[in-house]
Design a protein around this ligand. Structure first.
Ligand code: NCD
Length: 322
């Protein structure tokens, strides 16, 4: 049985978008929508997590993900601790010992980012009953809240997923974001998911992921409704997978000119951090098609939704609160 669901199919932890049914994926998006009003208000808080403690435990660097998790927890009135762990100075303490110590401080929820795939699930298997674990990125494996905020942003602009052609461009092989997006978008019934990359940047199991593979950018972008750029994750690459950044941009870089083959109303997305001039041109990243900063804003509501759902708190409660 899945670690992240309870016996009634409700979220206990949020570790992956793989295998989640459409109703649950939609519930996350609908719950986020009910919170997005809160974010726009002058008083931005709801008391849903009052008295609860959330620990952000980041073993890898992060800007957007950590801060929006923190803001989400604060807007739900939780107490938040931010722990950045430099793995070179952990004094030999094991992950499990660290978990036990933090749990002794009566944490109700851990948000964990770690370079090892499976780290969040490991935590979820070892926490006390009633404590929730949210995956903020584990190795190459998954980044489920990023995928859901991307799905939320797409739904906001395009409505239903059924007719959509979504092109994910770039370093698919090393991207936990791409993997979680593919599972989430497939679960939400996307019309067509394309991955566009050189073969060296495609994962070995790509044929089992339910996507169309394109090596040619022009062909991959044709009539696409949503175009997602990914960063070249050099820190995860072993050996020379690429000829060079200029050469990469020539073949796979996104620009206004390249986007001409996409649908005229296509939106452009990027999970950040952006490398301007490597995977995306500045004029496109800052231009009218770009929804990149909206993705960041939506991250707060989506993370509020996931934090509430794993604790079994209902969206109705959020709406009733002020
Ligand atoms: C991504 C990550 O860390 O997986 N960034 C993010 O969370 N928004 C993608 C990346 O690092 O390129």
């Amino acid at each position: 049985m899945s670690v992240q669901l309870d016996e009634n199919g409700q979220l206990r932890h949020f570790l992956t978008t793989e295998g989640l049914d459409p109703a649950l994926l939609t519930r996350i998006l609908d719950t986020a929508e009910s919170f997005s009003g809160v974010i726009g208000k002058s008083v931005k808080k709801v008391p849903l997590l009052r008295g609860r403690t959330v620990i952000n435990l980041f073993f890898e660097s992060s800007t957007r993900t950590r801060t929006t998790f923190e803001l989400a927890a604060k807007r739900l009135s939780a107490d938040v601790l931010n722990v950045s762990v430099d793995t070179t100075t952990t004094k030999g303490e094991s992950l499990l010992d660290m978990l036990r110590n933090l749990q002794a401080m009566q944490a109700d929820m851990f948000v964990i980012r770690h370079s090892q795939s499976g780290a969040a699930e490991y935590f979820a298997r070892h926490v006390d009953p009633g404590v929730a674990v949210l995956n903020a990125g584990d190795g190459w494996h998954a980044h489920p809240t990023q995928a859901m905020l991307d799905a939320y942003t797409i739904r906001q602009h395009k409505g239903d997923f059924e007719q959509l052609r979504i092109a994910i461009v770039g370093d698919i092989a090393h991207s936990r974001v791409a993997r979680s997006q593919i599972h989430a978008f497939n679960g939400l019934g996307a019309g067509e998911i394309r991955v566009v990359a050189p073969n060296t940047l495609l994962p070995g199991d790509i044929d089992s992921l339910g996507v169309q593979v394109y090596n040619d950018l022009g062909a991959g972008l044709r009539d696409a409704d949503v175009v997602i750029a990914l960063r070249l994750q050099r820190e995860r690459m072993q050996g020379a997978l690429l000829p060079g950044e200029a050469e990469y941009f020539r073949h796979y870089g996104l620009s206004e000119a390249r986007l001409r083959s996409a649908h005229p109303q296509a939106i452009v997305m990027h999970p950040g951090p952006i490398n301007r001039g490597v995977e995306i041109d500045s004029s496109l990243a800052d231009g009218p098609r770009s929804v990149i900063l909206e993705q960041v804003t939506n991250g707060i509501a989506v993370r509020m939704a996931v934090m509430s759902l794993v604790l079994g708190l209902q969206p109705e409660t959020a709406r009733e609160s002020t």
